[in-house]
Design a protein around this ligand. Structure first.
Ligand code: GLY
Ligand code: MN
Ligand code: MN
Length: 434
């Protein structure tokens, strides 16, 4: 097992801890039903630092301790390993995973205090595991009571995110390689759909085609695939994927692969019969123009909020040209008149989590983009067939209702500007119509 990247990250994390202690927990296994579990997916923070894909593990980082990096994890157990698969074990954690010291997870309660004693601050995220929260808080309390006698009694509690998520936001070359691979697999899957799609197919058949591509390439789906035809395209988180597609429908596909813990996140909207109607094409073109205008701006030092502002501007102009919004452009933007049609942000950070970690603001201002930031650009217009019933919704002619379009790509900021990792998935009208 190659541990170079994880070792470098641990080193950087230990340095930034500045003499304090951090406890980072593995994700718990999750029950699917009765005694069957969902496929295990490690917590991204834990994976990022340890490279260990097992539940029931705790990593402790204590730069001041004789063992700055300690892993508590499951012991080797042949009988359990015959049923569930191999475990790294205590020896393996030291030999192959870079731990300065490893102990069985069962020894955490009696050993935790050693790691809390000499630290004025503790970095620990509450709320993931109630039992661990109780143990950590009670050991911290005991430590503070002991400290009271020696006059050194408070230990402040901090979110590890303040260090770790800032690190994760900036992707290094190895991470971008994985993201490029996840993007490549996903692009190939979207291209396969374009060749296969026709009226009469079921949404789940397209889902199967996409996910077959992800699995064949050694990945899996990054998030439940959204295959939303007809008016389902107006449901942002539609994942039922049961409908039979008809001639004249649009199909919104928001689906992509995860590869070696890194995600892509692509949306394409296609005409099921290979031809957009005039109205579908008009809406599609606005979304595409908005997306392209927003992407074109991406370069270092651009305030992140400019991307959404650009997409909003183009969408408002487009909807107003079609007379779906009425009024002067600045007023429409200021009042948020586009929100009934475009009710989400234009994107999010992308990485080990699909909606990846990292602050969007710094000192109350939008963050300035830097090389190594990766995010999605995904404007949309959704004219939900029943949105008329919502108070304050502008009145929309019947013929427009039920159209939903989103287009989403994955953009990495480079020193010179940007690279679109998912540009290979066709989106121009001439490329997606027959
Ligand atoms: N697929 C989730 C999103 O686009 O944010
Ligand atoms: Mn997205
Ligand atoms: Mn998406």
């Amino acid at each position: 097992m190659k541990q170079t990247y994880h070792a470098q990250r641990r080193q950087a994390f230990l340095e930034q801890l500045d003499g304090q202690t951090a406890i980072i927990a593995a994700a718990p296994a999750v029950t699917m039903h009765r005694d069957v579990e969902w496929p295990y997916r490690q917590h991204s923070d834990f994976q990022y630092l340890t490279g260990l894909s097992e539940p029931d593990a705790i990593a402790i980082f204590a730069p001041w301790h004789e063992h700055p990096y300690t892993l508590f994890l499951r012991e080797k157990d042949l009988l359990a390993e015959i049923w569930e698969g191999e475990r790294v074990g205590v020896h393996g954690a030291e030999k192959s995973y870079g731990a300065d010291k490893a102990y069985p997870i069962s020894e955490l309660p009696q050993r935790l205090h050693e790691y809390l004693g000499s630290s004025q601050a503790l970095y620990y995220h509450l709320g993931m595991d109630a039992e661990l929260d109780r143990l950590v808080l009670s050991e911290r309390q005991k430590g503070m009571q002991l400290g009271q006698r020696s006059g050194d009694s408070t230990q402040s509690l901090h979110e590890p995110a303040s260090i770790l998520h800032e690190m994760r936001l900036h992707k290094d070359a190895a991470e971008i390689r994985r993201m490029r691979k996840a993007a490549k697999i996903s692009v190939k899957a979207h291209k396969a759909v374009l060749k296969t799609l026709e009226p009469g197919m079921y949404e789940y058949q397209i889902q199967a085609l996409l996910e077959q591509q992800f699995l064949t390439a050694g990945g899996c789906y990054a998030y439940p695939s959204i295959v939303a035809s007809g008016t389902n395209a107006c449901i942002l988180h539609y994942t039922e994927n049961r409908r039979k597609m008809r001639d004249g429908d649009l199909l919104l596909i928001d689906a992509a692969a995860m590869y070696d813990y890194y995600n892509a996140d692509i949306t394409r909207t296609l005409p099921v019969n290979g031809r957009f109607s005039a109205r579908q094409a008009a809406i599609y073109q606005i979304v595409l123009d908005a997306q392209e205008a927003a992407i074109a701006k991406v370069k270092p030092k651009l305030p992140y909020s400019e991307i959404h502002a650009t997409a909003v501007q183009v969408i408002c102009q487009g909807l107003s040209d079609l007379k779906l919004l009425k009024g002067d452009l600045d007023g429409l933007i200021e009042q948020g008149a586009y929100r009934p049609f475009f009710m989400h942000g234009t994107g999010h950070w992308l990485g080990m989590d699909v909606h990846d970690v990292g602050d969007y603001q710094q000192q109350g201002q939008s963050r300035l983009l830097q090389a190594g930031h990766v995010f999605t650009v995904e404007p949309g217009i959704y004219i939900h067939p029943r949105a008329q019933a919502i108070k304050g919704q502008p009145s929309i002619g019947k013929k427009w209702r039920g159209i939903g379009v989103r287009i989403e790509d994955n953009i990495v900021v480079t020193t010179k500007g940007h690279e679109n990792l998912t540009a290979g998935a066709p989106k121009q009208l001439r490329d997606i119509q027959t």
